[in-house]
Design a protein around this ligand. Structure first.
Ligand code: ASP
Ligand code: MG
Length: 487
């Protein structure tokens, strides 16, 4: 028995072409010396987008869309096969498997075009083709390296509910399937290569876990296998202290907590979808974010404690494609039910509310949503407040899309007074006007709203205010509050 069990997920760019797949296979080959490995793959980058687009085109009755994509995928995957697989009979086997999967996709598109109807279930089946192709490619690339890779369909191991397009795992059933299907393979010394992004209902109907869902596949399997760790191989060095396009001196964080990672994801850092961490956080399984293009880099480790640093703040993050909606006017002072009505309207518009703030006088309620939800939300608000608007109880409902949310994120902030004070003093000195403020009750973040044009400057000044460009080691080894050293 090897002492470790790793679940390794390779994202779309990490399996984007033959050279990348080769690199992924080498990473696995190096790990299997002292660890059992289960691999999870995304589709080659861009493939899922194309599949989804083609499914929708087919729905309009376009009978050629599926055929065109089939030709393209055949060519793309044939090129990869040719580079990766030297053995002739293996090459022929993989080619015919690949063609069979592509033909299945094309025939689903033909059916869709014929019916002018794309059911959520058909969409999931079409969208999942990319992972079915890449899993077989990676498994064969492993075999070429002398590592017994075996492609496994996630429909055999990840059991989900029936919410097509955003299925949720049924963990008990999944655990059972995992022990029936994956443990025997690991016992034989094989490396299962599981298709990411997909699962199946208990009745065996294919589902997908939502776009970008392969990370979730990896953490679901990590939890079901009680793995030692989950490694997400991607195309960045790890989680950074800020977006490097805004702050060139941003640093890779060596360790963050599940909460910090979720907070960062929520506020725009494209790290991991917050729900991705749920299965592993419950089991306390660490997750690594590592760069498959630079495997010598240590990456970022995500754990329960997240190695707190004395400065409290770990990262500054920002999102700008958001809109601030204000419902206000003197007339609403003391008017009961305004907040309830406001957020019911937002919920009816299916808007994702990112931040809420209300002045104590009750003159204004403002909240922030994704800009794509703004028009719908305003319409629902106007309907909900039609009477009050007519009687001037609510004087205005306005939308401002020229804003950004900036968030200061860190677990330790709750133990450290003064972070908010420092944040706002730093911005005050710079003359940066703050439009609204919110602190989550979790105290993992202080977030506030500035004009969109000031987003870069705001993030930069806070990054340097909290010394995030400096090596974390200067601040580290904090175990208890009493050892906190002030900066
Ligand atoms: N291929 C799927 C997507 O692009 C899943 C993933 O890459 O995580 O959404
Ligand atoms: Mg992807």
């Amino acid at each position: 028995m090897k002492e470790k069990l790793q679940v390794m997920k390779f994202g779309g760019t990490s399996v984007g072409n033959a050279a990348c797949i080769q690199r992924a296979a080498e990473i696995i080959a190096a790990s299997v010396r002292d660890s059992e490995v289960v691999a999870v793959v995304s589709a080659m980058s861009g493939v899922t987008n194309r599949l989804v687009e083609t499914a929708h085109q087919s729905e309009t009755g376009d009978a050629t869309a599926g055929e065109e994509l089939a030709t393209l995928l055949c060519k793309q995957h044939a090129e990869a096969i040719e580079t990766l697989v030297r053995d002739h009979s293996k090459r022929a086997d993989l080619t015919s498997e690949t063609e069979r999967i592509i033909e299945e996709m094309a025939s689903l598109c033909r059916g869709t075009a014929l019916l002018h109807e794309l059911t959520p279930r058909a969409l999931d089946s079409i969208a999942s083709a990319g992972e079915r192709l890449s899993a077989r490619l990676l498994a064969t690339a492993l075999v070429e390296l002398g590592v017994p890779g075996v492609a496994v369909e996630a429909t055999e191991v990840i059991v989900t509910d029936g919410s097509y397009g955003q299925a949720e795992p049924l963990m008990d059933e999944t655990r059972e399937r995992v022990s029936q299907r994956l443990l025997p393979l690991l016992g034989e010394g094989a490396v299962p290569v599981v298709t990411g992004f997909t699962g199946a209902t208990p009745a065996g109907k294919l589902t997908t876990l939502g776009r970008g869902g392969s990370d979730y596949s990896a953490t679901i399997l990590g939890a079901a296998l009680n793995a030692s760790e989950v490694v997400i191989w991607t195309d960045v060095d790890g989680v950074l202290s800020a977006d490097p396009r805004l702050v060139p001196e941003a640093r890779t964080l060596s360790e963050i907590s599940y909460n910090e990672a979720a907070e960062l994801a929520y506020f725009g850092a494209k790290v991991l979808h917050p729900k991705t961490l749920r299965p592993v956080a419950e089991a306390g399984i660490p997750v690594w974010i590592r760069n498959s293009f630079a495997p010598q880099q240590p990456g970022t480790k995500i754990t329960a404690t997240g190695h707190p640093t004395a400065r409290g703040v770990k990262a500054i993050t920002a999102i700008s494609d958001v809109s601030l909606i204000t419902v206000g006017g003197r007339g609403i002072v003391g008017l009961p039910g305004v907040a309830a009505k406001t957020f019911t309207a937002a919920a009816n518009a299916q808007a994702n509310v990112l931040l809420i703030s209300q002045s104590s006088s009750g003159n204004d309620i403002c909240f922030i949503i994704d800009s794509t939800d703004a028009a719908r939300t305003i319409e629902k608000l106007r309907q909900a407040f039609a009477f009050d608007l007519a009687h001037q109880k609510v004087e205005h409902i306005t939308v401002n899309s020229n804003i950004a949310i900036v968030a200061v994120v860190g677990d330790r902030m709750r133990g450290l007074p003064g972070i908010a004070g420092r944040t706002f003093s730093a911005l005050g000195r710079r003359g940066i006007n703050i439009i609204a403020i919110a602190q989550g009750s979790s105290e993992y973040n202080v977030s506030f709203v500035v004009e969109a044009g000031l987003m870069g400057e705001t993030v930069q000044s806070l990054h340097s205010e909290f010394g995030l460009e400096l090596a974390a080691s200067r601040f580290e080894s904090v175990e208890t509050d009493s050892t906190l050293t002030s900066v």
